[in-house]
Design a protein around this ligand. Structure first.
Ligand code: K1U
Ligand code: ZN
Length: 172
């Protein structure tokens, strides 16, 4: 089932999500729904708070090339356990702020631990777009949006645009 993606500003996008201790069939079904929602958006990542669920669950697939094999990842309780000093700037977007983009600078390489959908502990090193995306999604679990890295004026401008968009969508 495709889920509705919350749009900024929404108080649920500012909350800290709670750790998952038991991976139930309901949580596995939520992960499947989130992957479907992400692919259909389309996007390369999605965090549970974006669909209104305050659990520490993210999904991502940064394979963008047509014809390349998709690599859907489901991560429960993801954690960055090491980050490079070397930084990378990427023009980020967010499905909760459609059509708005801004440069964000983050560690270029990160080691991430998580639990997969079978409850198996995993660890992997990510770089490039994968590193950017996994950090963006983990930020969502901590109530942080990419606009929180921007100067206040730019952040306010983007928030105003979103308030206007939400008003227009509510009227339609
Ligand atoms: O978390 C989200 O809202 C998803 C977001 C992830 C993200 C994008 C860029 C940098 C960091 C994290 C998106 O997927 S926005 C859409 C997007 O980037 C995209 C859409 C279609 C094809 C390729 C990329
Ligand atoms: Zn986002």
């Amino acid at each position: 089932m495709k889920r509705n993606i919350l749009l900024h500003p929404d108080p649920r996008l500012k909350k800290v999500a709670k750790p998952v201790d038991d991976i139930s069939d309901d949580l596995r079904a939520l992960a499947d729904d989130m992957l479907k929602t992400m692919y259909e958006a389309p996007g390369i990542g999605l965090a549970a708070p974006q669909v209104g669920i305050l659990d520490r669950l993210i999904v991502l697939d940064c394979v963008k090339e047509e014809g390349e094999t998709p690599r859907p990842l489901v991560m429960f309780n993801p954690q960055v356990v090491a980050a490079s000093d070397d930084l990378n700037t990427y023009e980020e977007g967010c499905l909760s702020l459609p059509d708005l983009y801004a440069d964000v600078t983050r560690p270029r390489v990160v080691d991430v631990t998580w639990m997969d959908r079978d409850g198996k502990a995993k660890q992997e090193t990510f770089d490039g777009l994968w590193a950017t995306c996994v950090q963006h999604e983990i930020d969502h679990l901590n109530g942080k949006l990419f606009i929180d890295y921007l100067k206040p004026l730019k952040r306010q401008m983007m928030t105003r645009k979103m308030v206007k968009l939400k008003r227009e969508l509510a009227r339609a």
